[in-house]
Design a protein around this ligand. Structure first.
Ligand SMILES: [Zn+2]
Length: 366
């Protein structure tokens, strides 16, 4: 990063800090505590059983609201009127819940967040995850930092004891109050003793962690999504935590909201598609190099998908969902090479096909 960018980052951080605390402050921010959920919070603020069910039935997305300890919610009470503002930890969903006398309203809204930037730095002792959490207690932020290196910490590369790391992360403010962390924007980590820096490059509603070297890798496939957040990796020897039975995970799970677009990662032919109990809606594509890729738990399979259809790299094939055996919306993406399931992260690039030109131009401008 050059000095001008660095300076402007801090100026931005400083000015938003000022304006954040200068404005009138009628909302109170409350931390999410262990064991809290929407029901317990509504109860704490005087919503009766009946009122709580009215809230939940106002918008079904409220039933999936995911709250974690690194986020806060807002409360404003004024002569018989209570307003709560809730922010989903993993998605951009935000809700207003208003109790005014006997009337209950709950609906999704778009906060106009003010953003400041926090810089975090440290060294790795023990696990990378634990070392980051030691500096900033947010599983979201630690997981996003690790996502930045998903393709680098995958090929026998290691983070050595004492390795340095730093990153800049967005802090989001609503009504002058910090409510949640945003994206990790720039990262630094020593891998095998060599520094690797990444930038989060936004692209339409998504974005990927990137550096120039990522353009040079000659992996055969592109990413099937435009926002890479890894919920579960390829683990051929995974043991079920309770049954202790072998329950391998033969793909990678990309966590994305319902409806996010899925793209063909390379030219290919639809081998089969359909629906079954475990996979939900699924598609399997065969590529000219003999590899097969599969996509499970889709909300929808695009209607033009037919057996034998040729798709080009970057063409949309369906949308992320939670069909089949699934608890949170994600894409289970698997790669088969010469008849064996392989780790998809070893074969896909860090970005989808349609971002390639955009990234090349960015690099050319620097
Ligand atoms: Zn999976």
């Amino acid at each position: 990063m050059n000095l001008t960018v660095l300076l402007s980052t801090f100026v931005l951080a400083f000015t938003s800090y000022q304006s954040v605390f200068a404005s009138a402050n009628k909302f109170t921010a409350k931390s999410i505590r262990s064991g809290d959920n929407l029901i317990s919070i509504l109860k704490d603020h005087g919503f009766t059983t009946n009122e709580r069910s009215q809230v939940l039935s106002s918008d079904k997305r409220l039933n999936r609201l995911f709250l974690t300890l690194d986020t806060r919610y807002l409360v404003h009470k004024d002569s018989g009127r209570t307003e709560l503002r809730m922010f989903d930890s993993q998605t951009s969903d935000a809700f207003k819940i208003i109790k005014d006398g006997k009337s209950i309203k709950a609906f999704k809204y778009d906060p106009k967040y003010k953003i400041s930037i926090e810089r975090v730095q440290g060294r790795v002792y023990g696990s990378l995850m634990g070392s980051i959490l030691g500096k900033l207690k947010s599983n979201w932020v630690a997981a996003r930092f690790i996502d930045a290196y998903a393709f680098d910490l995958n090929q026998g590369n290691q983070v050595l004891r004492g390795a340095q790391f730093w990153f800049n992360v967005e802090k989001k403010y609503e009504e002058s109050q910090f409510v949640k962390y945003g994206e990790v924007l720039q990262t630094f980590l020593e891998v095998n003793g060599s520094p690797i820096q990444k930038k989060f490059v936004r692209y339409k509603t998504g974005g990927v962690f990137f550096n120039e070297d990522d353009l040079l890798d000659n992996k055969p496939l592109h990413a099937p999504v435009k926002y890479i957040k890894i919920a579960s990796r390829f683990q051929p020897k995974r043991l079920h935590p309770i049954t202790r039975r072998k329950q391998p995970h033969l793909g990678v799970d990309f966590e994305l909201p319902i409806g996010a677009e899925i793209y063909a990662p390379q030219k290919g032919t639809v081998l089969r598609y359909g629906k079954n109990r475990a996979a939900g809606n699924f598609i399997v594509i065969r590529h000219p190099n003999g590899m097969e890729t599969s996509y499970n738990h889709l909300q929808t399979i695009d209607s033009r998908i037919k057996k034998g259809l040729t798709v080009q790299a970057g063409e949309r094939i369906g949308a992320v969902g939670c069909t089949g055996y699934c608890t949170r919306a994600h894409l289970h993406f698997a790669v088969k090479k010469q008849g064996r399931m392989v780790d998809p992260l070893k074969y896909i690039k860090a970005y989808p096909s349609q971002m390639e030109d955009f990234l090349e131009k960015r690099v050319a401008q620097n």
